[in-house]
Design a protein around this ligand. Sequence first.
Ligand code: ADP
Ligand code: MG
Length: 572
Amino acid sequence: MLKKFFSFYKPHKRLFIIDFSSAVFVAILELAFPVAVQWFIDDLLPTGDWNMIVTISILLLFIYILSTFLNYVVSYLGHKLGINIETDMRQQLFSHVQRQSFRFFDNTKTGHIMSRITNDLFDIGELAHHGPEDVFIAIMTLIGAFAIMYNINPELALIAIVMVPFLAIVATYGNIMMNKAWKNMFGKIAEVNARVEDSVSGVRVVQSFTNENFEIARFKEDNGQFRTAKLVAYKVMAGTHSSIYMLTRLVTLVVLVVGSWFTFKGTLSNGELVSFILYVNVLIKPVDKITALLELYPKGMAGFKRFSDLMEQEPEIKDHLDAINVPHLNGDITFEDVSFRYDEHKSVLEDINLSIKAGETVAFVGPSGAGKTTICSLIPRFYDVIEGAITIDGLNIQDVTTRSLRDQIGIVQQDIFLFTGTIRENIAYGKLDASEEDILDAARKAHLEDFITSLPEGYDTQIGERGLKLSGGQKQRLAIARMFLKNPPILILDEATSALDTETERIIQRSLMELAENRTTLIIAHRLATIRNADRVLVVTEDGIVEDGTYSELVLQDGIFARLHNIQFQEV
Ligand code: ADP
Ligand code: MG
């Protein structure tokens, strides 16, 4: 797992090396500083050579400037490294999720994917940035400082080092408490956000019930809880910082007293005493970093494990190696003994045989849950058949690339998914490289032109979140315009007009018929009026395709279709 984690550093090797070596350099300078002070006090001061003192001070100034610059480099490049790795991973994860098959989305919650893409990657990014570098430098500083101190005065060094475990305990405890407090605080802010979202999107209901004061009171409660949670977090933070502060001051004091005693005895010079006190401060940073890592590491690694697990899920539907590209299909479709089920428990389709000629318009009717949508989902290979085969123009659809297959199938559903953006962008989604001319032409064919030109901003009109500002009929027309642009030889209309009122449906229906011209068209519909023009009608029930014929043939048979027909036309 660790090896896999480090593989993400590879593209940023140069950055890592610069950052890492700067960090090592900074650590060395920090370790050397007390020694320099000691030499300054013990050897330089007694000479009384003022010129020398000024020269050395100027030299020190340059070293400071260098070290400041390197600190900047470490901080900036280190974070840059972390963000680069995080961004790479996020991009890979997004691409991977885009390529997953329908079944993956059937079984995976959106929130789950969202938290991989945000929370987990955030933790991973933190670890990537702080991980290897901090461990190395912290250990190097600890060992280095202790070695130098031990070299100067072993007893005093041992006294100073005793504080390290205490410091570690305080810092670890503080870290754990702090994380708990922050987590609690984030939970509360999420509640506040949810409350705002609820009452803003439900403001019409709130005001019609004149419940504003009730909402305000509820909000006050949540807002107060958030305040308390955040205060706790700050309290813990302040507590941790001051405990660490107190501990280090305490050790400094002990070192000062014991050290003074050694100086009286003549076993420690003044310079050495000062340098010891400085080293006590040098010891704090690495301890702090290591304890932070104790928290960061398991969190980041757990996130990385979840990330890797997701990345390892192969898409269910993939092109096999010699899948062929079929840029132009006529649209002859056959189902040969096709069986399908979504899961083990329940068979949805069993031994379906079906043959649709290119250019034919075939309607599917039948009770909901019978499997009509499922039949249509198998044609673009959103799911693979379990037994049997589906062919288009005599080619098994599993032998052609999914891309070329799906490029030639257009689907219009009941729920039109529009993207937040302009009308133009939403039409162009049907063919990303469409020219302006193509887009206008598609809008014209979908009878959208009058509507669009009546808008002050025309094609640049923002349609609102998912098409909020459009009526049901306008959304359908937009979807139809998309299809004209895509211009696929095979068209699937899955209850495309079921959500519309009868009048709008009648008008949209005309556009759909125009769209269906010269294409193999599969129509799923509830209202039989919409399928009168179909060349053939198939009745689908849980037992499969039970009736197959022209509209007028089926009406005359004493079957399910005739019954449906009677219900819809005679009893009104
Ligand atoms: P229809 O379009 O005729 O109303 P469907 O093809 O949508 O019927 O559904 C056929 C059966 O398959 C139903 O029992 C339905 O519950 C089930 N089903 C549909 N989609 C899924 C899915 N994504 N996962 C599991 N079961 C599904
Ligand atoms: Mg359906």
